[in-house]
Design a binder for this molecule. Structure first.
Ligand code: 1CP
Length: 352
C-alpha cells in the first residue's frame, strides 16, 4: 500500500480536490485530458529535436511541458507529462512512440511464453519520473498534480496488437481463446501499472487517473470477467489520493468502472452527465463524482456553440456529488489553444 508523503498538501481548498471528495468548491474545477502537448506551439518548440520518450525520461523537460498549460490556461490541475507506455519502456520492453502513429511494440506479446518472459518493474527504474514529480510539486504550489497510468486492458491492447488498433481483434482473440494467458498478462501489467502509480504517489502527485481508453470496445460482461479484477487490483493499491477512472465509450458499464475502485468516474461525451449520474447512483452510497464531458470536437465550432455546450455540461454535472469539468477525451491536435483558455475562464465564472 502506498500513502501520500508528508510533503503533500493536507487540508486543501484546491477546487479539483474538493470536488473529487464530493464537496462544493469555490468554482467548478476544470482541466483537459492531453492539455500538455500537441495543441501548444510552446510544446512543439520544446519537443522539436527531442523524441517523445526521451522527453518523458528527462525531468526538466517533463516539468516544463507539464507547466505550459497551467501557465497558459490557468487550469485547476496539471497532469504529469508522460505516456501510458513509459512504465513498459522503463521495465525494458521494446516500445517506441512513433510520431503520427503512437506506441509501436517491436515484439508483440501473443503467447503464454511471451507473457512468461515479460520483465517486472522496480521503482528505481522510474527514478526520472519521480524526480520530475518532485520538481513539479515545488513549481506548482497549491495547484494539484495529477499522476496517471494506462489500465491493464489498454496496455494489453498495445502489447498484443503491436500498436494502435481500431478493432482490438487480436486482443479479443487472445482473451476469448486463452483466458489463462490473458489473465497472466493482465496480472503482470497490473503489477507494472501499480508500481508506476506508487512511484508517482510517493513523489507527491495529488490525484491519479487510470486511463482505460479502449475498454469501451468490450461488453459489460466481458469487462467484468476479463478486465475489472485487474483494474481493481491496481486501484486498490492506491492510497491517500483520489482515483479517477476513465474510458472512452464505457457508458454502458459506468457502474462497473466505479466498482473497480474509482472515487471519480470519467465520462465521455456520449452520455449526458445527469444520465451518467443516474446510472452510477447506488442507494445507500454517497452520490457519485464525475469528470467530463465536453465533446473535444465542439472546440471546432463557433464560440457561441462552445459556450452553450460548456454551460450545459456544467448544469448537467450539478446532478453529481461533485463534478470536475473536462473534455470527454483528449484535446485534438488541431484545437486552437486560445479557445481552451476561454473555456477555463467561462467555467470559472459559473456557479459550481
Ligand atoms: O510526438 C508526440 O508529440 C507524441 C504524441 C504524444 C503525446 C504528447 C503521445 C503518443 N503521448 C503523449 C502524451 C500523453 N499521453 C499524455 C500527456 C499528458 C496530458 O494529457 O497533457 C497522456 C495523459 C497520455 C496518455 C495516453 N497515451 C493514452 C491515454 C489517454 C487517451 O488519450 O486515451 C493513450 C491511449 C496513449 C497512447 C498514445 N501515445 C501517443 C499516442 C499518439 C497515443 C494514442 C495512439 C492510438 O490512437 O492508439
Amino acid at each position: 500500500m502506498t500513502s501520500a508523503p508528508d510533503t503533500a498538501p493536507r487540508a486543501t481548498t484546491a477546487p479539483l480536490l474538493v470536488a473529487a471528495a464530493g464537496g462544493t468548491p469555490a468554482h467548478p474545477p476544470v482541466w483537459f485530458m492531453r492539455q500538455a502537448g500537441r495543441s501548444l506551439p510552446e510544446y512543439r518548440d520544446v519537443r522539436r529535436d527531442v523524441p517523445m520518450l526521451t522527453a518523458c525520461f528527462t525531468p526538466d523537460l517533463v516539468c516544463e511541458i507539464t507547466m505550459q498549460p497551467v501557465r497558459r490556461h490557468g487550469v485547476d490541475a496539471a497532469i504529469l507529462f508522460s505516456d501510458i507506455v513509459v512504465p513498459l519502456v522503463a521495465a525494458g520492453i521494446d516500445v517506441d512512440i512513433v510520431p503520427g502513429t503512437g506506441p509501436v511494440v517491436a515484439a508483440p506479446v501473443r503467447t503464454s511464453q511471451a507473457v512468461a518472459g515479460l520483465p517486472g518493474l522496480a521503482p528505481e527504474q522510474l527514478a526520472p519520473v519521480a524526480e520530475a514529480v518532485r520538481l513539479l510539486r515545488a513549481e506548482l504550489g497549491e495547484t494539484p498534480l495529477i499522476g496517471f497510468a494506462g489500465a491493464p486492458f489498454t496496455l494489453a491492447s498495445y502489447l498484443i496488437e503491436g500498436g494502435p488498433s481500431r478493432h482490438h481483434e487480436r486482443t479479443k482473440a487472445l482473451m476469448y481463446s486463452d483466458p489463462d494467458t490473458w489473465h497472466a498478462l493482465l496480472g503482470a501489467l497490473a503489477g507494472i501499472t501499480r508500481t508506476f502509480l506508487e512511484v508517482q504517489i510517493a513523489a507527491g502527485v495529488s490525484a491519479v487517473q487510470l486511463f482505460d481508453s479502449w475498454a469501451g470496445a468490450l461488453s459489460e460482461r466481458d469487462y467484468r470477467e476479463f478486465v475489472l479484477p485487474h483494474s481493481s487490483a491496481v486501484l486498490a493499491a492506491v492510497e491517500g489520493v483520489p482515483r479517477i477512472h476513465f474510458g472512452v465509450g464505457t457508458g454502458e458499464f459506468l457502474p462497473a468502472m466505479r466498482e473497480a475502485g474509482a472515487d471519480v468516474v470519467g465520462v465521455d461525451w456520449r452520455v449526458p452527465l445527469d444520465e451518467a449520474v443516474r446510472r452510477l447512483t447506488v442507494p445507500g452510497r454517497p452520490a457519485p463524482v464525475v469528470q467530463g464531458n465536453l465533446d473535444p470536437a465542439v472546440l471546432f465550432a463557433d464560440f457561441d456553440v462552445v459556450e452553450r455546450e460548456v454551460r450545459r455540461v456544467v448544469a448537467e454535472g450539478r446532478a453529481a456529488g461533485g463534478h470536475i469539468v473536462n473534455l470527454g477525451h483528449g484535446v485534438l491536435p488541431d484545437t486552437d489553444p486560445t479557445l481552451l483558455t476561454r473555456v477555463v475562464d467561462l467555467v470559472h465564472s459559473l456557479a459550481p
